[in-house]
Write a protein that binds this ligand. Structure first.
Ligand code: NAP
Length: 341
C-alpha cells in the first residue's frame, strides 16, 4: 500500500455533509481525503440559489460548495475525483476501493447523499434550477403569486405542496393514480387547502420552456387524452434513493437503503459513520447535512483518539492557507475537473 493512500479519515461524497466533515477533520489535523465521483456540492451544485442557509442570505449552490471545499482544503483536506466501488474492514482499518485504487482509513465518514428519482421526461434535466425542482422547501419562495405543479402522491409531495401554497397562488398536484399514498393527516391538510387542486390519473410527459419552465404536457393514463397546462414551476417528489449501492451489507440500513445511525452519526461498525441524506431520517437540508457532517467528524475524532492514541497529527505545513504546492496542485486539478458554469 502506497503511504500516500493511508489516511486518518476518508470521507465518501462531496456534498455539504462531507465538506463540513472535511473542515472539522482537517482542522483537527487528521490526514483527511474526500472522495467525489462527480461534482463537488452534490445536489446543491445544481441549485441556482440557496437562501435558507443561516448566515448567508443568498448564494449560488455551486459557489457555496466551492467555498466549503476551499475552506476544508485550506486546513489540509485533500480531494480526489474517484468513484468508490466497495468498502472492507481490514483489521482495525478500513479499505475503500475506488476507480483509482485503494485508500485506507482509521475512520470512514459516508456522505454519498441521495439522488431524487427523476421522471426521465423531455425538458426535465434541461430545466433543473430553472423551474424544475426536487425541493420545495428550498425553492418555493421563488414562485410567489405564481402557479406551480407538484408531481407525486406520497408524503413528500403532500408536505411540499402544502408548503408551496405559502408562496404560490395555486398548486396543482398531479398524481398517476386516483388515490394518494401519503399519510392521512397530510391528505386531510392538502384536501382542506383551497390553493391545492388535484389532477388524478395523470402523468407529466414533457416539461416545456426554454430559459425557464412555462408549462407541462399531461396525459390522462385512463383515457390516453393529452393536454397542456401553463405553470412556472414543476416540483417533483416521486421518491429518492440513497447512494448506498456499493455498501453491500456492511452496516444496517432501513427499507429504503438509508444507513441507520445513532445521534453521533455512528453505525454499529466502530469507525464507520454516516451523515446527511444517506442516513435514515435526514431532514434533507443543507444546514442539517452540515450539522450531521460536523457531528460525524467529532465522533470520528473521539474514535481515532481512543482507538489509535499514538496516531501522529497531520502536518499542516503544506496547507493551502500557507500557499503550499500540494494544495495549489489540488486546486488546479479541481478547476480542471469542475469547470465553472
Ligand atoms: P414515496 O412514499 O415512495 O411516494 C412516491 C410517490 O411518487 C408515490 O405517490 C408514487 O405513486 C409516485 N411516483 C413514483 N414514481 C413515479 C413516476 N415515475 N411517475 C409518477 N409518479 C410516481 O416517496 P416520498 O413521498 O418521497 O416518501 C419517502 C419516505 O419518506 C416515505 O416513507 C414517507 O412516509 C417519508 N416521508 C415522510 C414525511 C413526513 O412524515 N412528514 C415527509 C416526507 C417523506 P404511487 O403512489 O402510484 O406509487
Amino acid at each position: 500500500m502506497n503511504d500516500d493512500r493511508q489516511y486518518d479519515v476518508v470521507i465518501i461524497g462531496g456534498g455539504p455533509a462531507g465538506l463540513a466533515a472535511g473542515v472539522y477533520a482537517a482542522r483537527g489535523r487528521r490526514k483527511t481525503v474526500l472522495l467525489e465521483k462527480g461534482v463537488i456540492g452534490g445536489q446543491i451544485a445544481l441549485t441556482e440559489l440557496v437562501e435558507n442557509y443561516p448566515g448567508i442570505k443568498s448564494i449560488n449552490g455551486f459557489d457555496l460548495a466551492q467555498e466549503m471545499m476551499q475552506q476544508a482544503e485550506s486546513y489540509g483536506m485533500e480531494t480526489a475525483y474517484v468513484e468508490v466501488s466497495g468498502i472492507e474492514q481490514t483489521g482495525d482499518l478500513w479499505t475503500v476501493r475506488t476507480s483509482d485504487g485503494d485508500y485506507t482509513a482509521k475512520a470512514v465518514i459516508m456522505t454519498a447523499g441521495a439522488d431524487y428519482n427523476k421522471l426521465g421526461i423531455p425538458g426535465e434535466e434541461e430545466l433543473i434550477g430553472k423551474g424544475v425542482s426536487y425541493c420545495a422547501t428550498c425553492d418555493a419562495a421563488f414562485f410567489k403569486e405564481m402557479e406551480t405543479i407538484v408531481v407525486g402522491g406520497g408524503d413528500a409531495a403532500l408536505e411540499e405542496a402544502i408548503f408551496t401554497t405559502r408562496y404560490a397562488n395555486k398548486v396543482t398536484l398531479v398524481h398517476r393514480r386516483d388515490e394518494l399514498r401519503g399519510s392521512a393527516i397530510l391528505q386531510e391538510r392538502a384536501f382542506a387547502n383551497d390553493k391545492i387542486d388535484f389532477k388524478w390519473d395523470t402523468v407529466v410527459t414533457d416539461v416545456l420552456g426554454d430559459e425557464h419552465v412555462t408549462g407541462v404536457k399531461l396525459k390522462d393514463v385512463k383515457t390516453g387524452e393529452e393536454s397542456e397546462m401553463a405553470t412556472s414551476a414543476v416540483f417533483i417528489f416521486i421518491g429518492q434513493h440513497p447512494n448506498t449501492d456499493f455498501m453491500g451489507d456492511l452496516v444496517p440500513m432501513d427499507k429504503g437503503q438509508h444507513i441507520v445511525v445513532d445521534e453521533w452519526m455512528r453505525t454499529p461498525q466502530p469507525g464507520f459513520f454516516a451523515a446527511g441524506d444517506v442516513r435514515q431520517n435526514s431532514a434533507r437540508q443543507v444546514a442539517s447535512s452540515v450539522g450531521d457532517g460536523v457531528t460525524a467528524a467529532i465522533a470520528a475524532e473521539h474514535y481515532i483518539g481512543e482507538k489509535f492514541p499514538d496516531a501522529e497529527l497531520h502536518s499542516a505545513e503544506d496547507d493551502a492557507h500557507l500557499g503550499g504546492p500540494r494544495a495549489q496542485a489540488m486546486r488546479e486539478k479541481a478547476d480542471e475537473a469542475l469547470p465553472r458554469a
